[in-house]
Design a protein around this ligand. Structure first.
Ligand code: PLP
Length: 454
């Protein structure tokens, strides 16, 4: 078994995660299910807070709850000392339900409704990250109607390229944020509005950014813009929100990474802190630093446990249809209904056959999900079409998908009327608790309305 992470061990011949025997759990619980680790979650939050504060003391982490907004998870994040970023009214409700105070919440998003803004102003969130001049006007109108002053931080597209997946890049043209040429207009508008307090500026360059260079460029560009808007609008900002995007090493313990391989990362919190915090500390030590990391807090906190339900051998054929070899397939009970990013971003999640962790992974398999789509086939190891599993892998084996804590519970769906998965957590005290229930058969039909039926 590869040893990617000390939380994974072998106990009684099975793969264990933070001490929980994944195969034993799969004997008494319906697969697929997730297992989270509270200890890992706390370590991830503390690493970010500690690394950044040692470079720039005035740093606050607003965990991006879009990565995982499970209420238990949010409670641990809060308890570990982070604040929270919400992207919609539903996330605001969940953050409040998890015990965050409104002053610990920033409201982001690229299409906030009037009703969402009303709720957020009324409850007194710390600040709005604002996506357009139109939205600034809308927040101003709502705040005026409620006789409140809303703190705002226009989100500026600093136009910095990254080498992440194109679908995850957010500050190089594209839909998010205000064009940098309109930054002065945005801050002037906010400064001239009696119900808006332009206290900060926001940027977010994307997700899974495996190099610090884009951050260096982005923060430098942002600080230039800060100086420009302060002079033009006659204001002094109090914070810079540098967003999230810190990468997770989805590939196995790498020794070197090609810059264009965004599943490979050698960076830790301290590397990002040195660049982002360092730039701020050098140029504008008076500005508070806000961060919005999601993936780097959530990804390594969970494993997805699935079971092999089908197997077959099919011909491998050349362009003329001639059989040139064999291909072994195994199909597990989790597909893009459970790990949506595996198809929408062709995400790579490492896998280990949890029921055979001691066996050498010496055979090639195509690994498929259970859905009816031909696209529900997992990417292979090392950019191939194949996973390396022990040759004896067969129906009934348990397969663990590693680093499955970010953007997974959030994106699950009941496609093919397959129940969304349950989730469990190993608490800091080593106890196993349930933190999400699996859909029931009734859940799957709960939203359907048959007109006229009683
Ligand atoms: C505005 C904003 N902030 C923060 C994040 C969190 O990014 P990540 O999960 O990569 O840290 C995202 C996601 O891309 C985002 O869109």
């Amino acid at each position: 078994m590869p040893a990617p992470d000390p939380l994974y061990t072998v106990c009684d011949g099975h793969l264990c995660f933070d001490g929980a025997d994944l195969v034993e759990l799969a004997e008494t619980r319906e697969t697929p299910f997730f297992v989270f680790s509270e200890r890992r979650l706390r370590v991830n939050v503390e690493a970010l807070l500690g690394s950044f504060r040692s470079v720039h003391a005035a740093t606050e982490v607003f965990y991006a709850s879009k990565a995982c907004s499970n209420l238990w998870f949010l409670g641990v994040v809060r308890d570990a000392g982070a604040n929270v970023e919400v992207n919609a009214g539903g996330e605001l409700d969940k953050a409040l339900a998890a015990g965050f105070k409104p002053r610990q919440i920033v409201f982001n998003g690229v299409a906030k409704t009037k009703a969402e803004i009303e709720r957020a102003v009324a409850c007194g969130v710390r600040a709005f990250m604002v996506d357009s001049l139109h939205e600034l006007g809308r927040i101003g109108e709502v705040a005026a109607a409620l006789d409140e002053v809303a703190t705002v931080a226009p989100r500026i597209d600093v136009h910095v390229p990254t080498m992440t997946h194109p679908g995850l890049e957010t500050a190089h043209g594209g839909k998010a944020g205000i064009d940098r040429d309109d930054a002065v207009a945005a801050f002037r508008l906010a400064a001239g509005h009696p119900n808006l307090d332009p206290a900060g500026m926001h940027l977010h360059i994307g997700s899974q950014i495996t190099s610090v260079e884009p951050y260096r460029q982005a923060v430098a560009a942002a600080l230039d813009i800060v100086a420009e808007v302060e002079a033009a609008a006659g204001i002094r900002l109090r914070f810079l929100n540098a967003g999230g995007g810190f990468a997770v090493p989805y590939r196995e313990a790498p020794v070197a990474c090609h810059p264009s391989d965004y599943f490979c990362s050698l960076l830790g919190a301290a590397d990002y802190a040195a660049v982002v915090g360092g730039e701020l500390a050098a140029r504008r030590p008076d500005l508070e630093l806000f961060l919005e990391p999601g993936r780097s807090i959530a990804a390594t906190t969970a494993v997805l446990v699935a079971r092999v339900e089908n197997e077959k051998t099919k011909g491998r054929r050349d362009a003329d249809g001639r059989r040139i070899g064999d291909e072994r397939w195994v199909t597990v009970d989790a597909g893009f209904n459970t790990l949506l990013e595996h198809t929408n971003y062709h995400w790579y999640y490492r896998t280990i056959v949890a029921s055979r962790p001691g066996d050498e992974a010496d055979a090639e398999f195509r690994l498929a999900g259970p859905l009816c789509d031909g696209g529900d086939v997992f990417a292979g190891d090392a950019d191939s079409a194949y996973r390396w599993f022990p040759a004896a892998t067969t129906v009934g084996d348990v397969v663990a998908f590693l680093d499955a804590g970010a953007y997974t519970l959030e994106m699950m769906n009941p496609y093919n009327a397959r129940p969304t998965a349950a989730a469990f957590a190993v608490t800091a005290a080593g106890e196993l608790v349930q933190i999400r229930r699996r859909d029931t058969a009734d859940d799957l039909a709960a939203h359907d309305v048959v007109p006229g039926a009683r």
